[in-house]
Design a binder for this molecule. Sequence first.
Ligand code: PLP
Length: 349
Amino acid sequence: MRAVDLRSDTTTLPTDEMRQAIAGAELGDDVFQGDPTVNRLQDLAAQRMGKEAALLVPSGTMANLASILTHCGRGAEVILGNRAHTYKYEKGGISAYGGIHSTQILNQDDGTMRLEDIKAAIRGKDDHFPVTSLICLENTHNVCGGAPLSVAYTKEVANLARAHNIKLHIDGARIFNAAVAQGVEVQELVEDADSVSFCMSKGLGAPVGSVICGSKDFIDQARGIRKGLGGGMRQAGIIAAAGIVALETMVDRLQEDHTNAQLLAEGIADLPDIILDPKSIKTNIIYFDLDNSAMESADFLTVLAAKGIQFFDTGPRRFRMVTHNDISAEDVLYTIESFKSTLTTDSAP
Ligand SMILES: *Cc1c(COP(=O)(O)O)cnc(C)c1O
């Protein structure tokens, strides 16, 4: 049976070229900044992002945590979206481990927060208030259907932040998807941010790792925080080697994932009970609702899992599917056919 894993782009396995690069990587002790392969990855990442310096970390969660801890002291306040990954899915780490207070602003369906909402949340000077120190954007926005934020919007938020002496961090776990989808250089999307994190282990296909980019001073501080969080790794060149291949060979192909997501969305949108507007799909993430009282979410997942197709439910009758390097156009056609047979003939499990 065909296996189609649409749970996440984190399920991608390393390419053969990555495995070879890992096997041949020149190594050293990265806590002593002496791993040449890590240094090469960090230089490459900084250059791709147009920043002075970069830092390899084990995960996207640690990338955001270390970045936010570097920008904010205890009791500082960060502004982020109410559907932000950092708010919803990072174990509350910024408050648990950093003593950082957050205020959540309504995320619009396009992943933005309205500028007037951000402005209204910025605190004045008052002994009652925490000090607003940081704004976080997420690009692409995971829970908002993989929506890419534009260069113009990012600039507007950055200008607002700068005018109030507030820093801007971008959770760019899928920033390369955002760049490819909009036909812009990734540097343009992060030009005005003080820091950006991106994942190598999602659409870029590397097995492990994220990278933080920013000024040299920022990265020097973040390196110390990474050590304190337990993220200092020794011969981390085995991770970095795959990351270099990811940056060099896997960025342009993200377009295929977007094309496949569009194909999949168009293929299922008109099926009975599926609520989905294919035009809303801009990158590799598809959310849809199932308006079918005859079938529970769990049963729907079970029927499709029996056909080899895996994805997640994310809410009552709401589901997410993610396309990636290990999903082919044939997998998409098979998925569409399987949805069709599930929802039109054998509708009861
Ligand atoms: C996946 C993801 C992260 C965290 O990445 P992990 O490597 O799983 O910790 C952070 N932000 C966003 C938007 C993500 O999608």
